[in-house]
Design a protein around this ligand. Structure first.
Ligand SMILES: Nc1ncnc2c1ncn2[C@@H]1O[C@H](COP(=O)(O)OP(=O)(O)OP(=O)(O)O)[C@@H](O)[C@H]1O
Ligand SMILES: [Mg+2]
Length: 143
């Protein structure tokens, strides 16, 4: 179990970069944490660590955004950024589709609001919990 405290957006991003460098194709990173906890900030860092240079932002009209790494590592050149915020009442079909999608292990998957599909996350999913401590402090916890 590992818990760190981040005191700024930049620190969270730096932490994300380190995580990104350690990922390889097929990895699934599931992020948990309330609104404004810093999930997207962490995703930006993870993507930087993976060599993504294009703008990383949460998918707004779709559930998934796909990025291509400019310096692929371990054949992982695709990163899928999934945001399930709007999926408040996941239909069985949608959850099934996401399950099939993850199962392909086609790239690296990073999921915001992963609690929405916690039941279908594979056992080796990397789970990261973000907690707001105060305005600028976040606890980032990896069980
Ligand atoms: N230590 C910190 N780490 C990350 N973000 C921080 C920190 N301190 C303050 N912030 C601020 O908190 C906000 C985090 O926003 P972010 O979009 O990453 O959250 P989120 O968890 O993705 O929220 P949402 O559920 O809306 O997607 C940003 O405005 C950021 O500047
Ligand atoms: Mg977000």
């Amino acid at each position: 179990m590992k818990s760190i405290f981040s005191h700024s957006e930049e620190e969270t991003r730096t932490f994300g970069r380190e995580i990104g460098k350690s990922l390889s194709k097929g990895d699934i990173v599931a992020l948990f944490g309330e609104l404004g906890a810093g999930k997207t900030v962490l995703v930006k860092g993870i993507c930087e660590g993976l060599g993504i240079t294009e703008g990383v932002k949460s998918p707004s009209f779709t559930i998934v955004r796909e990025y291509i790494s400019q310096k692929p590592r371990q054949s992982a050149n695709k990163v899928y950024h999934i945001d399930l915020y709007r999926i408040t009442d996941p239909s069985t079909i949608l959850v099934q589709e996401i399950y099939e999608y993850l199962r392909k292990r086609n790239g690296i998957y990073i999921i915001e609001w992963a609690d929405r599909i916690e039941d279908i996350l594979p056992p080796n999913t990397i789970k990261i919990y973000l907690k707001i401590i105060n305005e600028t402090t976040r606890e980032i916890f990896c069980p």
